[in-house]
Unconditional design. Structure first.
Length: 354
């Protein structure tokens, strides 16, 4: 063989080796990407709303402050279709259904067309669903996840939506409005204490703990955290995963009343609940905890060395509110967002609607 032939063969061999190397690299990267995607796949979502919970409300939490465990943080723009300052119906609808609507409207867009909530879509995909709130189950924020009505005050119609589209499991107040027979016809087992709920192991459960709203914190003790524990115990039996909505409903009412100490107690309560849910996410990979507010209430500030709560309004304010994510997929939730973005973002992390 002459020198030229040998050098040509060497050149061809080098190209072949280079090509094999590139293909191998592609395959390896493809494989590791697939593995990472699988690890990022969210199976369970715990969606927590602190009603009226702005940044300074979170500053009232004493150590351990569980909000600080999240490294995925951003801001949510809360204005509604009709107002710079939203109410809880439009704010809840934006978070639940992904559409801006007019103040007072539940589960419909600004043209009064019903829109499915993230909870309803996930239920159709086979996930178990639940709600735990310290207010009555028909109140604006929990109702935004199951009801479709043009006015949040339409209690009778909202009740009918609860019977038709309500979550599999709920723990809340509202006994005065709820009709046990209608709940039973809708397939619910109706109980009036968490101890009774603890004896149930499957099926739909309505756990009603107050005539209207639950007592304020600290009077209601650890009821919300225990309610969350009971709800998760039932929901996690579904192999497809679960969606659990939790509301710290009375943070808002302490803001409306400009009651600093009550606000501090409500924030301690939601902080305990958040810590419990984050611990659950630590031990149950595939669980994402998402925390935000529908709006801020009270225009809170914490001036002086004592950081004594000072309020600038008895109403909601139009400021952006923080959001926090923790657990599987959390690193994909950061930045400044419209409050209507989260439904699609969370669903995409579950690889639904892609
Ligand atoms: Zn309010």
């Amino acid at each position: 063989m002459d020198k030229r032939k040998i050098s040509n063969i060497c050149f061809a061999a080098a190209i072949l080796l280079f090509a094999i190397g590139m293909i191998h690299k592609e395959w390896t990267e493809h494989d590791s990407k697939n593995t990472a995607e699988q690890q990022d796949k969210v199976k369970n979502i715990i969606f927590i709303i602190g009603d009226g919970m702005g940044a300074d409300q979170m500053n009232l939490v004493q150590a351990p402050n569980h909000f600080e465990r999240s490294h995925s943080i951003g801001f949510s723009k809360t204005y509604s279709a009709s107002n710079r300052v939203t109410d809880s119906a439009a704010g809840g609808t934006a978070l639940a259904c992904g559409v801006k609507t007019n103040n007072g409207v539940l589960g419909m867009n600004a043209d009064s067309v019903p829109v499915q909530s993230i909870m309803q879509e996930l239920r159709q995909s086979g996930l178990a669903t639940g709600e735990v709130a310290s207010c009555r189950i028909t109140h604006a924020t929990p109702a935004a996840f199951y009801a479709h009505q043009i006015n949040r005050g339409m209690d009778a119609e909202i009740l009918q939506d609860l019977y038709k589209y309500g979550p599999d499991v709920f723990v809340a107040g509202g006994n005065k409005l709820l009709v046990p027979d209608s709940l039973t016809q809708a397939g619910y087992q109706v109980v009036f204490s968490l101890d009774s709920m603890a004896t149930i192991n499957s099926g739909k459960v309505a756990c009603i703990l107050a005539e209207e709203d639950m007592p304020t914190s600290p009077m209601r003790g650890d009821t919300i955290r225990k309610g969350v524990e009971q709800a998760i115990r039932l929901l996690e039996k579904d192999e497809d995963g679960f969606f659990l909505f939790i509301e710290g409903s009375q943070i808002d009412w302490a803001g409306h009343g400009n009651e600093g100490e009550r606000l501090r107690a409500e924030m301690q309560d939601i902080n305990r609940v958040i810590g419990y849910c984050m611990d659950y996410a630590d031990t149950h990979p595939g669980t994402l905890v998402f925390i935000t507010a529908d709006h801020e209430t009270g225009g809170l500030s914490l001036p002086g060395e004592e950081m004594t709560p000072a309020f600038t309004t008895g109403q909601h304010s139009g400021v952006m509110v923080p959001f926090y994510a923790y657990g599987t997929g959390a690193n994909q939730l950061t930045g400044v967002h419209e409050n209507t973005d989260f439904k699609a973002l969370l669903l995409s992390l579950m690889r639904i609607n892609e």
